[in-house]
Structure formats: structure tokens, C-alpha cells
Write a protein that binds this ligand. Structure first.
Ligand code: 3PG
Length: 402
């Protein structure tokens, strides 16, 4: 693997950037991890380094704190879970580059693992100012002799622990990042056809680049999730209280026209599961199925309907390459999970390459009880996999190649 390039690691301090940004619920200090997929995906590289005799120092972020500590974004519960998964004790530093980090790293024996507190508790991590980021990266780099980039979910971020630190230490690509890149390359370089892309999630504005790029590449584009209502509205339908991005209506219209011109089939749902309120903890859901051209003014769409689920599954049935990003509805609530379940189910039967991209859709397939092994690949990166498919340069990758 890539880390062999670093030579004999025995006794060396190796800083690993992992993506341990997992969904949590509850309140501090008792936060529960609702999906530990990213932690599990990070284990093999950490174990590989520990087995090679390195003193492993893991750096990662959780959520989007504003450059200062916040209890609810502490990595402590994540470090505990990592220890369970590794089957060894994992030391935890209560800061990222301060006294606790230094003494924790100093206390490591060969083959032991430490996790540093949330790297985004430091303003330098995400600063747009290269000098400020660099100063923080200097402090991170001082904790280690080498750097391994294994946080695929963050390689699209030009941040100190992803980008700048690689310029300061001998570095290598971890196995997770290289596997992810290999799969995504297969989606972009001569994909086997039919190539079908399923997009969901709440915002069209997050997906513009990828739709733009895929209109020239995919054979079919299936659209669901919250973003579909901007498309339905662009077609002239009323969407009631559903999510709507008014400022993207023209863009959606232009995509529909371009798809027609280029022979790419865009499939939108013909029916929608609506409710009069967004599901909240105490209220019982009242799901009603309506035509997507007949969403009542007092209702909001929360899932694609059963007829659409069948149509989406049929459109996927003969696909040889599939990329799916974004749930079809509010899958966390049983009454609005069926569209997402139908797409996931269809992906498990693909004769070819099926890729689930994105934190949310990956969490959805696990939460809905699917066996991960029935998918070709479940990516740990949401934004990162989308940016790769957009054809954008990923700073966390290019910095390793320089
Ligand atoms: C993700 O959740 O997609 C990654 O962990 C990146 O997080 P970010 O979008 O807050 O940079």
C-alpha cells in the first residue's frame, strides 16, 4: 500500500488524517453514535500503521464548530468507539496541538494509538488565510515524523490537517483514500453502460456541478429527495410547503432542456408522499400519497411515492454502472423511508458497479438494515465524491501527488 513508501515505521510518530465525522445524537456527555460507518472504514489504515510499529496519532474533525471548543463536537465518544473497534486502548488528547496533545503523543509506545481532540476547535484549521493555516499546520506537523492522508470525506477541503500538513511532512495516501479514488475513476473513465445516476438529498444547489457534468456522461438521471421540488416547480407544478430553492428554478429548467437535447433521460417522481407537517419527535406522521402534479397547498413532500419507487427500480434494473447520492426522502422516519429503501434495494441487484456516495445515503443503507456487502462500494465521502464526479481538483489528493 501507499504507506510502504514511508519506509520502516517502527518507533515513528505517524499523523493520520481520518474522516471520523459521524452522526451523533443526545447531549454531552452522553452522546450516542448513530452510524459508525466512517469509524469502521478508518480502522484498517490505523491498524496497518500500528501493526507496522508506528506511534499512531489520529487527527479528525466532528461537525462544524467555529474554531473554538464546543462540548457537543468533542471527539471523545468517537475515540472510545475507535478503541472498541480496534480492540485496544486508544489515548485521547483533550486538545489538538497543545500540552495534552504533546504529552499524549510523548506517552505512546510503538504500535499504540492516540486521537487528538477535534481539529476544527482551532481556527487555523479552516482558515482561508494560508499563513494562518500554515502556522497551525506547523504545530500539527511538530507532533509527527510522517503524515498519512486517509480521510477521503475531507480531501475536497483545503484545510490545515488535510492539505498544509502534507507539505510539511513525508506523506503517503492511506488505503481508504486510494480505494475510493479507484472506484470513482471507474465511474468517470469509460463507465460500462447503461450508466444511471440517482440524486437526492435536500438541496439542488449542492448538486449543480455534478448534474452539469453528468448531463454529458450518464444515460439516465433519477431525481428524488428534497431537491426534486425545485425541479417539479420548474416544470410548472405547485409544490405546497415542500422545500424549494426559488433561485435555482431557471437552472433546473435549463437542465431539463439540456437533458432533452442531449438524449439523457431525467426521471422525476410521478407521485409523492406528503404530510402537513415536517416530522417531529412527538407528532404522529400522516403520510398521504398524491400525484406530483397535485401537491396540496398545505402539504410538504417527504418521500417519492410508491409508483415512482417502482419506476426508479425499473430504470435501475438493467444498469451496469450506478452512482447514488442522497436519500429519496426523510428516511429517518419510517413513513417516509420507502423511496430510499426501494432505491437501495434496486442497487443491491445491479449486475455491474454500484456506488453509494455520501454520508447520508451511506448512513441510510445501514440504518435501513441493508448488508453493506451487497453494494459494489459505499463511499465515505459525500461532498468529496461529488466534487470528484464534477471533475474538480481535490486539494487533499493533489498535494500528495506534488
Ligand atoms: C462530510 O461529512 O462530508 C465530511 O466529513 C466533510 O465535512 P465538512 O462538509 O464539514 O467539511
Amino acid at each position: 500500500s501507499g504507506i510502504d513508501a514511508l519506509g520502516d515505521l517502527r518507533g515513528k510518530r505517524v499523523l493520520v488524517r481520518s474522516d471520523l465525522n459521524v452522526p451523533l445524537d443526545g447531549t454531552p456527555p452522553t452522546m450516542g453514535i448513530t452510524d459508525d460507518g466512517r469509524i469502521r472504514a478508518s480502522v484498517p489504515t490505523i491498524r496497518e500503521l500500528a501493526d507496522a510499529g508506528a506511534r499512531v496519532v489520529v487527527t479528525a474533525h466532528l461537525g462544524r464548530p467555529k474554531g473554538a471548543p464546543e462540548d457537543r463536537y468533542s471527539l471523545r465518544p468517537v475515540a472510545a468507539r475507535l478503541g472498541e473497534l480496534l480492540g485496544t486502548e486508544v489515548a485521547f488528547a483533550t486538545d489538538t496541538v497543545g500540552d495534552s496533545a504533546r504529552s499524549t503523543v510523548d506517552g505512546l509506545a510503538d504500535g499504540q494509538v492516540a486521537v487528538l481532540e477535534n481539529v476544527r476547535f482551532n481556527a487555523g484549521e479552516t482558515s482561508k488565510d494560508a499563513a494562518e493555516r500554515g502556522a497551525f499546520a506547523d504545530q500539527l506537523a511538530a507532533l509527527a515524523d510522517a503524515f498519512v492522508s486517509d480521510g477521503f470525506g475531507v480531501v475536497h477541503r483545503k484545510q490545515a490537517s488535510v492539505y498544509d500538513v502534507a507539505q510539511r511532512l513525508p506523506h503517503a495516501m492511506g488505503g481508504l483514500v486510494s480505494r475510493e479514488i479507484d472506484v470513482l475513476r471507474r465511474l468517470t473513465v469509460d463507465p460500462e453502460r447503461p450508466y444511471v445516476v440517482v440524486l437526492g438529498g435536500s438541496k439542488v444547489s449542492d448538486k449543480l456541478g455534478v448534474i452539469d457534468n453528468l448531463l454529458g456522461k450518464a444515460d439516465k438521471l433519477l431525481i428524488g429527495g428534497g431537491m426534486v421540488f425545485t425541479f417539479l416547480k420548474a416544470q410548472g407544478h405547485e409544490v405546497g410547503k415542500s422545500l424549494l430553492e426559488e433561485d435555482q428554478l431557471d437552472v433546473c429548467r435549463s437542465y431539463l432542456t439540456r437533458a432533452e437535447e442531449s438524449g439523457v433521460q431525467i426521471l422525476l417522481p410521478t407521485d409523492i408522499v406528503v404530510d402537513t407537517a415536517f416530522p417531529s419527535g412527538d407528532a404522529e406522521p400522516h403520510p398521504v400519497v398524491v400525484g406530483s402534479d397535485a401537491i396540496p397547498a398545505d402539504s410538504l413532500g417527504l418521500d417519492i411515492g410508491p409508483e415512482s419507487a417502482v419506476a426508479f427500480a425499473a430504470a435501475l434494473s438493467d444498469a451496469r454502472t450506478v452512482f447514488w447520492n442522497g436519500p429519496m426522502g426523510v428516511f429517518e422516519v419510517g413513513a417516509f423511508a420507502e423511496g430510499t429503501r426501494a432505491v437501495a434495494q434496486a442497487l443491491t441487484t445491479i449486475d455491474g458497479l454500484s456506488v453509494v456516495g455520501g454520508g447520508d445515503s451511506a448512513a441510510a443503507v445501514r440504518t435501513l438494515g441493508f448488508d453493506e456487502a451487497t453494494f459494489g462500494h459505499i463511499s465515505t465521502g459525500g461532498g468529496a465524491s461529488l466534487e470528484y464526479l464534477e471533475g474538480k481538483e481535490l486539494p487533499g489528493i493533489t498535494v500528495l501527488e506534488d
